[in-house]
Write a protein that binds this ligand. Structure first.
Ligand code: F6P
Length: 326
């Protein structure tokens, strides 16, 4: 394998707090090891359009604490075509890029996997998504911050819910994943958590609300992942209130506010470790892997292995939330 002299980094898919800390880590680690580092703007779309810029140690100053991504992000339909990938490869050659580091979710690593098979391009993916729904890592960058943001909002809603004896249906992000719902629901003391991975019937939910109201509960918070099997927070609120009118009911959709904001210390540290691991991995001949953290150890899992695995939820938190929400 020829020596890697130039690395390019980009962010792709939904942005996540801590992506900037990961960009900073990749750029600085690359320079530390004597390499040139380019940033590619707007993910795979920018790779196709040739939006490249060489980054120095100072171009990533003052971003470790910032949400979003200085490299911007996009979901690219063109990169899914052979022609799109050919244009991207031609641009990488123009800038003498020898290796790629993507920061993003499953779409990002699937893209890199195909690209390496077609063009023999060493690449490593850093898991960055608020959903925490990637196999091969206990945590993805952004999940801790997004879950803390959700918990903060839930706490605020609790104050008003209790003051008015109300029932709130709070929708959190996670189109295909209940991870934010489970742990923000547990930390926020919710009465029930509805997730895409498991069906909860309206009758079950109504039964629980009746039971807790009978035991003198003065207000209730139900947390619903946006992709919940039982419907959106609006649908569920409508169906529940037809059968349960003990409390006045309200709906709050937290939406994209969960994607922004200052990354927590946890996400900054995780991003820094992943960024350095990605650069060191490439320089040591590791390729076609995603960095991960498992049991507090940084690991590399091959694209082939993780693409065959299904993401899992935090079953223990989910179980505990049911015990504690009586
Ligand atoms: O994958 C991260 C995520 O925030 C999901 O939780 C959410 O369903 C989706 O992205 C929203 O995507 P967009 O910002 O494109 O609407």
């Amino acid at each position: 394998m020829s020596e890697i002299k130039t690395i390019a980094v980009f962010t792709s898919g939904g942005d996540a707090p801590g992506m900037n800390a990961a960009i900073r880590a990749v750029v600085r680690a690359g320079i530390y090891y004597g390499k040139k580092v380019y940033g590619i703007y707007r993910g795979y779309d920018g790779m196709i359009q040739g939006e490249f810029e060489e980054l120095g140690a100072r171009s990533v100053s003052h971003i470790i604490q910032r949400g979003g991504t200085i490299l911007k992000s996009a979901r690219s339909a063109e990169f899914r075509t052979k022609e799109g990938r050919k244009k991207a490869y031609d641009n990488l050659k123009k800038f003498n890029i020898d290796a790629l580091i993507a920061i993003g979710g499953d779409g990002s690593f699937r893209g890199l996997n195909i690209f390496d098979q077609e063009y023999d391009m060493p690449s490593i993916c850093i898991p960055g998504t608020i959903d925490n729904d990637l196999p091969g890592t206990d945590y993805t960058i952004g999940y801790d911050t997004a879950t803390n943001t959700a918990v903060d909002a839930i706490d605020k809603i609790r104050d008003t819910a209790l003051s008015h004896h109300r029932l709130f249906f709070i929708e959190v992000m996670g189109r295909d994943s209940g991870q934010i719902a489970i742990n923000s629901g547990l930390a926020g003391g919710s009465v029930a958590i509805l997730i895409p991975e498991e069906k909860t019937s309206i009758d079950e939910l109504v039964f629980k609300l009746h039971q807790t109201a009978k035991s003198d509960k003065k207000s209730s918070l139900v947390i619903i992942a946006e992709g919940g099997k039982s419907g959106s927070a609006m649908d569920i609120a409508k169906q529940v209130t037809e059968k349960f009118s003990y409390f006045d009911a309200k709906v709050t959709i937290l939406g994209h506010l969960q994607r922004g904001g200052k990354p927590t210390y946890f996400d900054r540290v995780l991003a820094s470790k992943f960024g350095v691991a990605a650069v060191e991995g490439l320089l040591n001949g590791v390729r076609d892997v995603m960095t991960g953290i498992q049991g507090n150890k940084i690991v590399y899992n091959s694209f082939d292995v993780i693409s065959k695995l299904k993401p899992d939820i935090d079953h223990e938190s989910y179980r505990i939330s049911k015990i504690l929400s009586i």
